[in-house]
Design a protein around this ligand. Structure first.
Ligand SMILES: [Zn+2]
Ligand SMILES: [Zn+2]
Length: 561
């Protein structure tokens, strides 16, 4: 072991400069601890056809013999969505998380048929020794149950990771954020704090989840003669619990619609996190037997996701739920930036079917799970870290969080703003950015990973179309039989098409293919020259694909599409 390696380093593999795919590696000498391994949902505009974006795991793969475990702050996708891919690439790594986070991970691994690693369920207050690190899991409140901050004791001091949190003094499940313990950890001395920054732009304090319950109760009671449909995030078990409890009070039965809503509610029931009377919940297939005003459907799709239950209902494609004038649909979430258009399309379509739709503008139909400025200040003042790095935010969030920390007296030289791939070394007297590690984005499409070149092709295809040049060649005599041109996503006039064919023939006749059978050179020439002519004539940049079909005489087939 080289002595100079005995220092605390933190490598940021995701979740900084972006909201999504959180992943951090805490390194000391020959040990690495991974905190979270999330995924991001892609946007249609930037990443057409991509299912999921995950972090680049190169750094972990290169150092896999040092990796001692993964600790999970909570079970949201931006913290656990990458785990099946990490384990598939890097093999067995023990995972530590709350019972709900572990149940969600187990479900993912089973679905993807990935070998189960050792899954360790922990609860608030637990301490685990993982390699050289000792990790204490501290209860925090967030929009999913079983959320932790982490106090990671290393030989070079304590790293405190807030995880995602809000300070909810009246949590639905009664399990409050452990402010007392956080204060103790702060008093004992925290070397480095990593603090989430999502709601840094919002003043004041985030409203308690209980307030949503009060609003939903009002909605349900004032629409006593209607069928109620409430769309929310499946992972927000507390909210689902509140709806179920209200329905029991007013004598409505509840049906879950949407795969993740059915799955997670089932999981939460088994774990004792979702409590209900025996006949409250009925399968969605049985709603026809219940009077509409005695029914509440809790569904997925509050973000207008294309395949979700609520989108199916709004499009009149749901097998069980036909929306009509007797329905009240409450959307209990805010559109995540980027999803606005999908959500408003959904709302328009629900209105078209005659439903009454409640969303956004109605007060407290949804509250955030993230801390606003006053809570962020309270956290900083309790933890009182020597060094501070804001995380879980786009660059502007990180910058604003830095300003907040500065205003609270943390010196500028003790704060670092980091990007994906950055690595910091934490020393007694300073915190330094050192050489970055390999990091970035990996695009998952179905069962395979695709790179940025594939994406570039897709974008070009979607905006400019494709032109395929088929050159049928007599390979023995190196003669051209014919040229066929197929265009998709654009239209050529007959005359221009003939010009292009003529040009392709000329390029063939003067190419080095004739003498040296230089296929690459011929294709490049075709691509370059044909692209230029199309650009000059039509101001369009389609993808030009030359295909050389080399045939032996006698095989010659008619050119066909
Ligand atoms: Zn979260
Ligand atoms: Zn998060």
């Amino acid at each position: 072991m080289i002595k100079k390696n005995k220092q605390l380093e933190v490598a940021f593999l995701g979740g900084v400069g972006e909201i999504g795919k959180n992943m951090t590696a805490i390194c000391y000498a020959n040990d690495i601890l991974i905190v979270d391994c999330g995924s991001t949902f892609p946007s249609m505009d930037d990443t057409p056809g991509i299912d999921l974006i995950i972090p680049d795991f190169t750094f972990i793969k290169d150092n896999i013999d040092k990796v001692k475990g993964i600790v999970i702050t909570h079970g949201h996708e931006d913290h656990i969505g990458g785990i099946p891919y990490l384990l598939a690439e890097c093999g067995n790594i023990p995972v530590f998380g709350s019972s709900l986070a572990i149940a969600l991970i187990k479900h993912k691994l089973t679905e993807k048929k990935i070998n189960m690693p050792k899954l360790n369920v922990v609860k608030g207050g637990d301490k685990k020794n993982i390699g050289v690190f000792s990790v204490e899991f501290v209860n925090v409140t967030h929009s999913i149950l079983g959320a932790f901050a982490l106090a990671i004791t290393t030989p070079a001091g304590v790293v405190f990771h807030t995880g995602d949190y809000k300070i909810d003094y009246t949590p639905v499940d009664g399990e409050s954020i452990d402010l007392g313990r956080i204060a103790d950890i702060g008093k004992a001395g925290v070397t480095l704090m990593l603090g989430e920054s999502t709601n840094i732009e919002k003043k004041g304090t985030t409203i308690s989840e209980k307030e949503v319950g009060i609003t939903l109760q009002r909605v349900i009671e004032s629409n006593a003669d209607k069928r109620i449909i409430i769309a929310t995030f499946a992972s927000n078990v507390n909210r689902v619990q509140q709806i179920v409890s209200i329905c029991e009070k007013v004598g409505r039965q509840v049906a879950f619609d949407g795969r993740s809503m059915v799955n997670i509610s089932e999981m939460a029931k088994k774990l004792g996190m979702l409590e209900c009377k025996e006949n409250t919940i009925i399968p969605i297939e049985e709603i026809k037997g219940v009077e509409p005003q005695k029914l509440c459907i809790i569904s997925t799709g509050s973000q207008g996701e294309p395949m979700s239950a609520l989108t199916r209902m709004a499009n009149g494609e749901d097998k069980e739920v036909v929306i009509g004038e007797n329905d009240v649909v409450a959307i209990s979430s805010q559109p995540i930036p980027g999803n606005e258009k999908a959500v408003y399309t959904l709302i328009n379509n629900l209105y078209r079917r005659g439903a009454k739709v409640l969303y956004g503008s109605l007060e407290q139909l949804h509250v955030s799970g993230h801390a606003c400025q006053d809570e962020l200040k309270l956290m900083l003042s309790l933890v009182r870290p020597k060094y501070f790095i804001p995380v879980h935010g786009e660059y502007r969030h990180l910058k604003k969080h830095e300003e907040l920390a500065l205003s609270m007296g943390i010196p500028k030289e003790n704060i670092r703003l980091v990007d994906i791939g950055n690595r910091v070394v934490v020393k007694k007297k300073s915190i330094q950015l050192v050489q970055s590690v390999e990091a970035g984005e990996v695009y998952v499409d179905g069962d395979s990973n695709v790179d940025s070149l594939v994406l570039r092709d897709r974008k070009q295809l979607s905006t400019d179309g494709v032109v395929i040049l088929l050159l049928n060649i007599d390979v023995e005599n190196r003669q051209l039989y014919s040229v066929d041109i197929l265009a998709r996503g654009m239209v050529f006039e007959e005359e221009f098409l003939e010009d292009l064919k003529k040009l392709a023939e000329d390029i063939f006749e003067t190419s080095s293919y004739k003498n040296e059978s230089d296929r690459g050179g011929l294709k490049n020439n075709l691509k370059r020259k044909i692209s230029r002519v199309i650009l000059n004539k039509l101001r369009q940049r389609p993808m030009v694909l030359p295909l050389l079909i080399e045939q032996v005489r006698g095989d010659k087939t008619e050119g066909e599409e």
